[in-house]
Design a protein around this ligand. Sequence first.
Ligand SMILES: [Zn+2]
Length: 156
Amino acid sequence: MGIFHFGRIVGGGDEEVLKYFQEHGLVRCGAHCQPCGRAMSQIKKKGSTTGYMLRCPSCRCKESMSKDSFFDGSHLTLAKTLALMYFWAVETSVVQTTSHVGVSSATVVQWYQYFCDICSWKLQCMPASLGRPGKDRPDRRICDGEGQVPPRTSAT
Ligand SMILES: [Zn+2]
């Protein structure tokens, strides 16, 4: 994501930001009401993390859009969270990000740590191939629980 793409999403308001998170599977797109089984409607909700909430058209019970997501209980809007993601990804300093996003440095440090932790977790879960299968060497996988990353040699 470049600055123009980022600008278009944030410039589109809560709806565009939420859509971005939903398209990337970070926030759910909807839910069915537990008591009555009907599909819940997405309605605006000022002051919530996502700017929206889910409401059952029958029994009117309500649920947070961000329920069961990483952002459940966050005090930041998704737009600010996306801004933190963007500035983290482009390696902006904590001081600059604090100024750009308008949150405390402690908040920036905390979210930067979350993003690092998520990337580390993802890398540990994802099998990675070393070398070209059938070319340089057999397809070796790391993080599959079967062994270690092969030691570096003068050839690698
Ligand atoms: Zn209901």
